[in-house]
Design a protein around this ligand. Structure first.
Ligand code: ADP
Ligand code: ZN
Length: 511
């Protein structure tokens, strides 16, 4: 067996491992089970490709998307790795199975639904296997942003080969999802390796605006280089592309409703171009190798912080300065909360937590990067110097008093009620639950006046963004770090003054 570093140079042509790659590879080569959480672009594929070449037998790679598998197949074959995909889109399946049996493959890519079948498990018994790699491993968790029930069927397959190393990979997983992935895939908790999430060359900015189209047009005008603009529907993609074409920049659009060859053409033109603006739904970007994207703009809310990180992370993969600018309007949240109400009960709590975290990011007066990185479990410096809030401090309102009242209500009600119930306690409103729990007898019952009540929700979000309040899986809030400082009056709490404040009242649909 050769040395990993030697193989990195000779086969992959890279002088050195990046970040945690070596740690992950060492664990795999030692036969351990591992979950590697590495941001997009950090080089996850190498962590199974290299062991796959070193180890005797075939590495089985489970991957959720056929398009992604074919991209990875091309990349692996380009460096001379013996690889194949086994999907419904391949017509050389017999040949592949033959090669697999003969031990003539380093990598075999399959979809989870195929991997979990009984016939496939028998095939695996007849072929030399070296390890399992489970890509996009967050798909196994209902807490993840992209749950796929088929991933749940993998466990029996993995457990049928308990001696083989298993490597789960994901770019995006909060602490909750990570713990769930470990449990679901049978990986010990000390098998978790997390790479740094910071992308220091990306300048983050988030703007509250009623006219996203013209705001993005002016961003396009002042930002040279290729850029991606994410819109929230197919229809909006086309409309926004028409608006942006008015800036004189070459503009294309991309969404899942287009014919495949149309999509391919738009994508190829974008990858080649140095100044094109691509207006797309989030269907665009996965598996696209374009390191010199200079800006990513969001016209509306992303689905989650994970989604935002992944999409904005397509900017500046070459390490040169790049911009990620999100434009939102309070109405976006109103709509998102309406959708929430229509979701199946079992998904609602996790989706609500996701939405609250997102609200915490867009409404914060603090460093955007710090909020993002804390969400991924890191402990970043208070200020980065390369985001809108660090560069131009926003207008803020002191909310320390109501924050203290809220924290004390959280504490006195036992750290398990959601913000709706806490609002009732603070406002002194009675209902069945208040009576049942005797919350009307608490000292915090009715301590907030009308002016303060307006601030409760924004404050709750700001405190969540800072980790002072921590939501549990049912949306109940508990006290986290720094709560004591605020309760004692040693730390201030501020909320950002929105250009158009989110009103408590509900908009009628279709208005
Ligand atoms: P991910 O799947 O984590 O998004 P990839 O595996 O696609 O990332 O790798 C991103 C890019 O980084 C690829 O172009 C890959 O060739 C490159 N890369 C991976 N490892 C290294 C390394 N050790 N040194 C230099 N480039 C690397
Ligand atoms: Zn900052």
């Amino acid at each position: 067996m050769s040395d990993p570093r030697e193989l990195l140079r000779t086969t992959f042509g890279f002088p050195d491992f990046r970040g945690v790659q070596r740690d992950v590879i060492d664990r795999v080569l030692a036969g351990e089970r591992t979950l590697a959480v590495m941001p997009t672009g950090a080089g996850k594929s190498l962590t199974y490709q290299l062991p796959a070449v070193m180890l005797e037998g075939t590495c089985l790679v489970v991957s959720p998307l056929i398009a992604l598998m074919h991209d990875q197949l091309r990349a692996a074959e380009a460096v001379g790795i013996r690889a194949a995909t086994l999907t419904s889109a391949d017509d050389n399946r017999d040949e592949t199975i033959d090669r697999f049996r003969r031990g003539d493959l380093d990598l075999l890519y399959v979809a989870p639904e195929r991997a979990s079948g009984e016939g496939f498990r028998n095939l695996l018994r007849q072929a030399p296997l070296s390890m399992f790699a489970i890509d996009e491993a967050h798909c196994v968790s209902e807490w993840g942003h992209d749950f796929r029930p088929d991933y749940r069927l993998l466990r029996p397959l993995l457990d049928a080969f308990p001696e083989l190393p298993r490597l789960a990979l994901t770019a995006t997983a909060d602490a909750h999802t990570r713990a769930d992935i470990l449990d679901q895939l049978g990986i010990p908790h000390d098998g978790l390796i997390i790479a740094g999430f910071d992308r220091p060359n990306i300048r983050y900015a988030i703007t509250n605006t009623a006219s996203k189209g013209s705001a993005i047009a002016s961003l396009v005008k002042r930002t040279p280089g290729a850029g991606i603009v994410y819109a929230t529907s197919r229809d909006r993609t086309e409309k926004l592309a028409a608006t942006l074409a008015g800036t004189g920049r070459p503009t294309r659009f991309y969404h899942a409703g287009m014919a495949p060859d149309q999509r391919r053409r738009a994508q190829a033109e974008f990858v080649r171009s140095e100044d094109m603006v691509m207006v797309a739904t989030i269907a665009f970007g996965m598996g696209i190798d374009k390191p010199d994207v200079r800006f990513v703009a969001h016209a509306g809310l992303p689905k989650s912080i994970e989604g935002y990180y992944q999409e904005s992370g397509r900017a500046g993969r070459d390490g040169d300065p790049a911009v990620a600018h999100l434009f939102w309007a309070p109405g976006d949240f109103t709509r998102a909360r309406e959708w929430l109400a229509e979701m199946p009960e079992n998904r609602r709590a996790s989706e609500r937590a996701r939405l609250d975290a997102l609200a915490g990011l867009v409404e914060t007066a603090q460093c955007r990067r710090a909020v993002l990185l804390r969400y991924f479990g890191e402990s970043p410096p208070e200020r980065c110097g390369n985001c809108d809030n660090c560069l131009h401090a926003p207008g803020v309102q002191d909310a320390t008093q109501i924050a203290r009242k809220l924290l004390s209500a959280v504490y006195r009600t036992g750290q398990r009620f959601g913000v709706g119930h806490l609002e009732k306690v603070l406002a002194g409103a009675r209902d069945e639950r208040i009576d049942k729990w005797g919350h009307d007898r608490l000292s915090v019952f009715g301590v907030a006046d009308a002016e303060e009540m307006v601030l409760v929700k924004p404050v709750a979000r700001a405190l969540q963004a800072r980790g002072v309040l921590v939501p549990n899986e049912h949306g109940g809030l508990a006290l986290g770090g720094n709560a004591r400082e605020i309760l004692r009056g040693e730390a201030k709490v501020e909320v950002v003054l929105a250009a158009e404040p989110e009103r408590g009242g509900r908009k009628k649909r279709g208005e």
